[in-house]
Write a protein that binds this ligand. Structure first.
Ligand SMILES: Cc1cc2nc3c(=O)[nH]c(=O)nc-3n(C[C@H](O)[C@H](O)[C@H](O)COP(=O)(O)OP(=O)(O)OC[C@H]3O[C@@H](n4cnc5c(N)ncnc54)[C@H](O)[C@@H]3O)c2cc1C
Length: 411
């Protein structure tokens, strides 16, 4: 029997893989997504769950990234209102806070400008009399509290919603399907994957490697051999603690190293994150686990802002999770993760050849910008893809969590 043939096969069912599937299906292409475990089982369920421009990226002068993310935030607020919600964010400034009020005011002004002056871009410094109303925030030594707006989501639900949208446009999904090998030929790529005890072969005109932290392991499975892009993997841990935040999200500065840490409401509890710890690039990304010292660092930061959390006995840790950030190395990076703020934050798209690429690998990226990233992938693959009639525009597609595992009708 002849192999089943697709315009595009995507390896990985995280936000990037599902985003590419949605964009390809919307452009009229036949597409199959292979996911080795379940949708969003990798980084896409272990993020800080923010749909944001990334105020802190302004310090690294990543203006185009911030502008793109703010544009995508506006689209998601419109297209996924049940999944992406605008939230008040608070930045408390104490006498010993590193980032001074003038710097925060300038940053927020620039953030508003890059976001194109809309309701979501409004910010202000709260009156002193409002400080006592901020979920028990320590007011001793407090000099100012800035309130601005950004958005929060459920990353796994968003990923499922994007896949659901792709399926409604004709995309197919194979869950529990692990890529075993890929053979790049002149006019097509033969893909072999394993599903349970079955070995299945299919073919595609183009392949997108959206395996997140597994991207270089997936690349190794292709013949002829492909040169990988050098990356660093950085572990980010979040903890979930008992308690409630009713006034929104807090943007804190860790006392130890002045890094940004968020505390936010999450399913009736509080989510605090994130850390940055080097992860061995040769280790299995599936083995990432929260470390004890990371949990301590986050609890200490929370306690330094909220006195009620200074007694660990009465505020036990409920759970913790860790995910891996893929930081592509650029010309200026030295592999030191502690200088990573200065590292290029743009997503790297690596193709097997310049003209008519057959294989494209996605390195890095943001949950927020998945749709823009997917558009860029399709643009790069366009010379290799057959001409099809566009059936939808991803800028206008409504996203809703199907609330159940995604399945494609034909499988
Ligand atoms: C700690 C942390 C916090 C973050 N916070 C934010 C945030 O608040 N906002 C934001 O915009 N971005 C955030 N990000 C970035 C964002 O989460 C990631 O860029 C995004 O989730 C990456 O998605 P992905 O699809 O590339 O990878 P993943 O979600 O990891 O998906 C890769 C998938 O590939 C599958 N796979 C691997 N190998 C194979 C194989 N051989 N065959 C089949 N399938 C395979 C895996 O099972 C996995 O499901 C954060 C990242 C981290 C690490």
């Amino acid at each position: 029997m002849a192999n089943k043939y697709y315009d595009l096969i995507v390896i990985g069912g995280g936000i990037h893989g599902t985003g590419v599937a949605q964009a390809a299906a919307a452009a009229g292409h036949s597409v199959l997504v292979l996911e080795q475990t379940t949708l969003a089982s990798g980084t896409s369920s272990r993020s800080s769950k923010l749909i944001h421009g990334g105020l802190r990226y302004l310090e690294g002068m990543h203006f185009s990234l911030v502008r793109e993310c703010l544009r995508e935030r506006a689209l998601l607020l419109k297209n996924a209102p049940s999944l992406v919600k605008l939230q008040p964010f608070h930045i408390p400034v104490y006498k010993d806070t590193n980032r001074r009020p003038w710097l925060i005011r300038s940053g927020l002004t620039l953030y508003t400008l890059l976001g194109g002056f809309n309701r979501a871009g409004l910010f202000r410094s709260l009156d002193q009399k409002q400080w006592n109303d901020l979920d028990g925030l320590d007011t001793i030594g407090l000099e100012a509290v800035f309130r601005y707006y950004d958005a929060q989501t459920d990353d796994a639900a968003l990923t499922r919603a994007v896949m659901h949208s792709a399926i409604s446009l004709g995309a197919e999904l194979e869950i529990g399907a692990q890529l075993v090998a890929g053979q790049l030929n002149d006019n097509s790529t033969v893909i072999q994957y394993k599903k349970g005890a079955q070995n299945i072969t299919c073919e595609a005109r183009t392949v997108v490697n959206a395996a997140g932290p597994w991207a270089n392991q997936v690349l190794e499975k292709f013949t002829p051999a492909q040169a990988p892009h050098a990356v660093d993997l950085v572990q980010g841990t979040h903890i979930i603690i008992e308690g409630k935040l009713t006034k929104g999200i807090y943007y804190m500065e860790a006392p130890k190293d002045r890094r940004a840490v968020f505390a936010m409401p999450w399913h009736g509890k509080i989510l605090v994150g994130t850390t940055e710890t080097a992860f061995d690039a040769g280790a299995d990304p599936g083995s990432v686990i929260p470390l004890e010292q990371e949990a301590r660092y986050l609890l200490k930061t929370m306690a330094s802002y909220f006195p009620a959390y200074r007694n660990l006995q009465t505020n036990p840790l409920c759970s913790a999770f860790a995910g891996l950030r893929v930081l592509p190395r650029g010309n200026n990076s030295d592999g030191d993760i502690h200088s990573h703020f200065a590292r290029p934050r743009e997503t790297v798209l690596l193709t097997d050849r310049e003209t008519s690429p057959r294989l494209l690998t996605i390195y890095g990226g943001k949950l927020t910008a998945y749709r823009a990233t997917a558009e860029k992938c399709l643009k790069q693959l366009q010379p290799s893809l057959p001409i099809r009639d566009t059936i939808a525009n991803t800028r206008r597609l409504t996203l809703e969590d199907p609330g159940e595992p995604c399945t494609s009708p034909s499988r």
